[in-house]
Write a protein that binds this ligand. Structure first.
Ligand code: ADP
Ligand code: MG
Length: 243
């Protein structure tokens, strides 16, 4: 079976310092993969490279049957196929919640405003925020903002959803509502690659866990195996800090 998203030998340096040193990672359709690793290990860099927000120095990224790391590729077109949500809510502050969500449909899908708004409202309803459509983001709690950011990310019906520690900046009491939404999307078959420190959630929801350390995927496998019986000493050392 061919992977939906495949990173092959990704290298990425900042100011001559390699952060990714030949990362290989695949994601099958409908698969949920948790990307774990210490702070600074390169999780965000990897997700940003996959989404073409950062150019890679070497390697290849294949989405479907398309080499999206080809420099001639239209990055905006690809980004609509790979939705991303970041750690801190990055909704446009001057737009209503509905406009935040509907904008993608209007710009990327070239939908007329009325259709985009109807779709945006349906998405907000999906994430439990229909009553917040007219509000500006700063009127929402952090958890609501992240749910709106997820609604925006899925508005273009991306093939893959990239989630970068989307609950890390939230007050603890708001984490659950966002994870519940991710769990629902996972159960609906959404293909998800999520960088996370929520180990219990990863164990519960991910089909596969990949541990990033020293610029490579050191170990990957089903959550049960990674969390209960990691093969690599580095994985074990990392996990003991979380339990
Ligand atoms: P993680 O998400 O796992 O915490 P990051 O991908 O954010 O790790 O960062 C990995 C390393 O790359 C860190 O040392 C970070 O300082 C560095 N880094 C990330 N982005 C940049 C950038 N735009 N410029 C310079 N260094 C960066
Ligand atoms: Mg990060």
């Amino acid at each position: 079976m061919s992977a939906l998203l495949r990173a092959e030998g990704l290298w990425k340096s900042f100011a001559g310092r390699p952060v990714l040193r030949g990362v290989d990672l695949t994601l099958d359709a409908h698969e949920v993969v948790a990307l774990i690793g210490s702070s600074g290990s390169g999780k965000s860099t990897l997700l940003r490279c996959l989404n073409l927000l950062e150019p890679i120095d070497d390697g290849r990224i294949v989405l479907g049957d398309e080499d999206i790391s080809d420099p001639r590729i239209d990055a905006n077109r690809i980004r609509s196929r790979l939705g991303i949500v970041f750690q801190s809510y990055n909704l446009f502050p001057h737009l209503s919640v509905l406009d935040n969500v509907a904008l993608a449909s209007r710009v990327v899908r070239r939908m007329p405003r009325a259709d985009a708004d109807a779709r945006g409202l349906a998405l907000l309803d999906r994430v439990g925020l229909a009553d917040k459509a007219k509000e500006h983001p700063d009127r929402l709690s952090g958890g609501q903002q992240q749910r709106a950011a997820i609604a925006r990310a899925i508005a273009t019906e991306p093939e893959v959803l990239l989630l970068d520690e989307i609950t890390s900046a939230l007050d603890p009491e708001l984490v659950g509502e966002v994870l519940e939404l991710v769990r629902d999307l996972a159960h609906e078959g959404t293909t998800i690659l999520m960088a996370t420190h929520e180990m219990a959630f990863a164990r519960d929801v991910a089909h596969r866990v990949a541990f990033l350390d020293g610029g490579t995927i050191v170990e990957e496998g089903p959550p049960g195996a990674i969390f209960s019986a990691p093969r690599e000493e580095r994985t074990r050392a990392f996990l003991t800090r979380f339990t």
